[in-house]
Design a protein around this ligand. Structure first.
Ligand code: CDP
Length: 246
């Protein structure tokens, strides 16, 4: 068993702890929800439970398709053991359908399918408020090399293909999402952080109802947990639930 020791980092929705194993950390998914660069903060009871399990399921499916992730084990709902990574401070955003800032910033019509998908990157920094960044700036800042970026782009496209199919099987359209990568101690680039309704736009295929954090951003707080539970119920099968005692 991996035992947590010192608090290493506290983010907006997750806390990361050192463990008795130098190569592993424990991530606790909290029920905190923030929006608008931290301007709004609420507690959504059950969010940590659902997001930790949804992340575990997605990371397992990605691993089964040959994508390296930091996932090791869901020890109990809310708590993951993961490989320790040196995180790359880039938010890699993939868009399959134009909406949100893309239609506010550029002349795309809302809900236009994007084929091929668009990849954008933001610089992950509270101090600088996550500005958009490009390859040249990322390299000039010493965050990554061109080879790293090529690998990240190729891997991101594969992740998108796998996740789109997975969600479609669950009757959900994967509109857009954000992922983060880190390096392990051998320098391999590995998928880290979380993939959950906090970090994806998810629409019901039939009704186009939102099933993600956008509900919170739009002030429909009472619908948030039901939507996350819906995603959980559609993605997890009976075997998953038995394996994790859910
Ligand atoms: O499209 P819009 O600008 O409104 O949102 P965005 O911040 O560019 O987000 C695009 C996608 O990435 C959405 O699915 C967000 O949930 C996700 N995202 C995230 O999870 N965390 C961030 N810090 C930024 C984006």
């Amino acid at each position: 068993m991996t035992t947590k020791t010192d608090l290493l980092y506290e983010g907006k929705a997750k806390s990361v702890y050192e463990t008795d194993n130098d190569d592993l950390v424990i991530v606790e998914f909290r029920d905190d929800m923030t929006a608008g660069d931290g301007a709004r903060k609420e507690t959504m009871t059950g969010k940590g439970y659902y997001n930790s399990i949804i992340t575990s399921k997605i990371f397992e499916v990605l691993e089964a398709h040959g994508i390296k992730t930091q996932f090791v084990e869901l020890t109990k709902p809310g708590t993951l053991v993961v490989k320790k990574l040196d995180m790359i401070p880039l938010e890699v955003i993939v868009r399959n359908i134009a909406t949100g800032s893309l239609v506010r910033t550029f002349p795309f019509e809302d809900k236009t399918p994007l084929d091929p998908p668009i990849i954008q990157t933001d610089y992950k920094s509270d101090e600088f408020h996550d500005p958009a960044i490009n390859d040249s700036i990322s390299i000039a800042l010493g965050l990554v090399t061109q080879d790293d970026l090529d690998f990240i782009r190729k891997t991101t496209m594969k992740i998108n293909d796998i996740m789109r199919d997975m969600f479609l099987d669950a009757g959900i359209t994967l509109v857009d999402f954000k992922i983060e990568f880190g390096k392990d101690k051998e320098g391999n680039i590995i998928l880290g952080d979380e993939i959950s309704p906090d970090s994806c736009r998810l629409w019901d295929v039939e009704t186009q109802d939102m099933l993600d954090k956008e509900l919170f951003r739009k002030g429909q707080d009472d619908k948030v947990i039901d939507a996350y539970e819906e995603v959980f119920n559609r993605l997890l099968n009976d075997d998953d639930k038995a394996k994790w005692n859910l």
